[in-house]
Design a protein around this ligand. Sequence first.
Ligand code: NDP
Length: 322
Amino acid sequence: MPTYRYLGNSGLKISEITYGNWLTHGSQVENDVATACVHAALDAGISTFDTADVYANTKAEQVLGDALKGQRRESLEIFTKVYWPTGPGGPNDTGLSRKHVMESINGSLKRLGTDYVDLYQAHRYDTETPLEETMQAFADIVRQGKALYIGVSEWTADQIRAGHALAQDLGFQLISSQPQYSMLWRVIEDEVVPTSRELGLSQIVWSPMAQGVLSGKYLPGQPLPAGSRATDDKGGARMIQRFLTDDVLTRVQNLRPVADELGLSMAQLAIAWVLQNDNVAAALVGASRPEQVAENVKASGVTIPAELMARIDEILGGAVER
Ligand code: NDP
């Protein structure tokens, strides 16, 4: 069973291992495998699920909604996002205008088969729409009961500060930020995390396993493992490339003794590592097979001693993006 953490300064508790379905559901894996992964997550005690309207052009929301059918709604925390177009669309199908936000939430709720999402997130910052307009739309969505809480994704510290101030004026709170964060990608540590701590937001971090690379299954100079994301020609292969260098893969293999010392798999070490940061409320973990979910959830509640955290830093050295 994963441990629960509060999301920002709110009273909402979420499972610190949260299941995400980017690139998998409605795309890389068939619907029956997707459903099996969601059921494996529920069996493992995961109650928090993250998706977005743009994942597989709306199919990911549909698959998740179908897989969660029959579950007690109050026992789930369902997160989705708005920003990108979900099809060919017109000029108003992108960004965070009032029109796009108000129309998008309705489509998401329909596909997810629910009257409300627990967290509605701005998938990116919209430099073209006045922030006041976006925040007013979010305030209205909260008032209408279509979303209980509001979060953002990949916003800078300054953008978070501005959004947070407007939200307070409008009577609601921004409670979360969803950035990329892993042993190999630590860009948020200098500004986003301190600002979030100050303002009462938590991080829900994506690609904590660097899309599977930190599981140690990609070996330097060896063929890519069959069926892995790096071989997925529907988009996954392109996204993972930045981590598939000999230097990164060699350093990742050097983490194996650290995982062994803790009695963890490499995947579990990677997930446990992001959860050592107390501003991280959840590691958003994907899976292409139910067995991966069962393995990954065991990273919950693990403490990595300071001396091993320092050893990880030494091993990864210059391969880390900061
Ligand atoms: P991860 O870093 O957790 O990578 C997950 C992938 O790694 C799986 O699909 C699987 O791929 C592989 N994997 C998982 N478990 C294991 C294991 N135990 N052993 C070996 N391989 C394993 O995260 P994702 O990149 O999938 O991102 C997670 C979630 O974050 C997304 O689903 C989405 O909800 C969110 N996200 C948000 C973004 C944003 O902009 N806000 C952007 C991207 C993601 P395979 O088996 O195919 O190799």
